[in-house]
Write a protein that binds this ligand. Structure first.
Ligand SMILES: [Cu+2]
Length: 142
C-alpha cells in the first residue's frame, strides 16, 4: 500500500534533486498536526519516528486526547488485541471497546474521547515490532 501523498508545490526552476529535498522536508511540516491543538484536547501526544511522546498521559473520563503526527511517516493509534502481533501490546479496561484510528498520514491528527475509566495500552500497527506503544490512564470524572 502506498504512503499517502503530501502535496506541496516546489519551485519549477530549482534543480530536481534540490526540489525533491525541499518537497520532502516541507511535506511533514504542513497539516493540522503543525497547528494549534484542538480546544477540547485534554492531552496531546506527538507521534515521532517510531514513538509516542509522551508515552503515558493521564486524563479524566470524558476527556479527549489528540495525537499529532509530526513525523514524516504514517502511524496508527490502535488498541485492539486482534490487531496486535503480541496481544499484550493492547490493553483495555473492562467494558471499554477496542479502537483503531486507521492510518494517520504525516501532518494529520487523531482525536479520541475516553469515557470508561481505566488503563489503555495502545500501539501503532505499523511499528508495533519497533516498540511504538503508549498508555492512556483515564481517571474517573471528578
Ligand atoms: Cu508508527
Amino acid at each position: 500500500m502506498d504512503e499517502p501523498i503530501c502535496h506541496r508545490a516546489s519551485g519549477g526552476h530549482v534543480a530536481a534533486v534540490v526540489s525533491l529535498a525541499i518537497a520532502l522536508s516541507g511535506c511533514g511540516l504542513s497539516g493540522p498536526a503543525h497547528g494549534p491543538p484542538a480546544a477540547n484536547a485534554a492531552a496531546v501526544v506527538e507521534m515521532g519516528f517510531e514513538s509516542f511522546s509522551p508515552t503515558d498521559v493521564t486524563i479524566r473520563a470524558g476527556d479527549t486526547v489528540e495525537w499529532r503526527n509530526t513525523s514524516l511517516i504514517t502511524h496508527t493509534v490502535t488498541d485492539d488485541p486482534k490487531r496486535a502481533t503480541d496481544p499484550s501490546d493492547a490493553g483495555l479496561p473492562p467494558g471499554a471497546q477496542p479502537f483503531d484510528s486507521g492510518d494517520i498520514p504525516a501532518g494529520q491528527v487523531y482525536l479520541r474521547r475516553f469515557t470508561v475509566p481505566g488503563t489503555y495500552q495502545y500501539f501503532c500497527t505499523r511499528h508495533e515490532a519497533e516498540g511504538m506503544s503508549g498508555t492512556v490512564v483515564v481517571k474517573p470524572a471528578s
